[in-house]
Design a protein around this ligand. Sequence first.
Ligand code: ADP
Length: 228
Amino acid sequence: MSLEVAHVCKDYPTRNGPLSVLRDVSLQLHRGEAVAIMGPSGSGKSTLLHILGTLDRPTAGSVKIEGKDPFSLGEHELADFRSRHIGFIFQDHHLLPQCSVLENVLVPTLVRRGNRAEAEAWARQLLDRVGLSQRLNHRPAELSGGERQRVAVARALVQHPVILLADEPTGNLDRRTAQSVAQLLLELHRQEQTVLVVVTHSAELARQFPQRLEMADGTLQSPEGPAP
Ligand code: ADP
């Protein structure tokens, strides 16, 4: 099992006492599996995605990625683990404005010493795959919204992650562009056999996923009722 989430709870301390956002979340995904998580604003979807991305710790419960508990690692080891295993795609792509498209895709590879030529060849291949081989030297400001998001998809895959996490990846795009970005994301997920977890409000995006879950009352439920 590549991603195993068991009975995860998350409380945020507030002035009025702890706010219980996740109450009991369990989820198991193998490589090649994808799930779309829907649910109203404020239901805890981003909180869960942050925990899956090892950016935030659960208050209780466990997360295992490729059999390992990332939260047992020290700070530096965890950062290294995250960069090797997890790719992120956010609604606002977070591209570096002063860097070219190719440099942006290579950013995650800079933290570790490795074969630069190999990394660059793979980055070029990914950019070709997302249809941007003619835009390698453009700055993000010189791209359309859909193109920027495709750069973000390529960047998320450059380290060959096991887990791909996306928060409203098509949120700021028009319908047609959203459709093409969604298709690319799903195709690349299948090709790379990642675990893909997408959080979205878009029923249109969620429909394209074989598995859909809804966040409600701090737990993940199948849209028809409690998850099995
Ligand atoms: P969603 O992504 O479904 O919109 P979030 O995970 O962002 O929901 O937020 C879930 C709830 O947790 C919200 O009510 C939000 O106000 C609260 N929350 C999120 N982060 C914090 C924090 N750092 N401290 C306190 N409350 C928080």
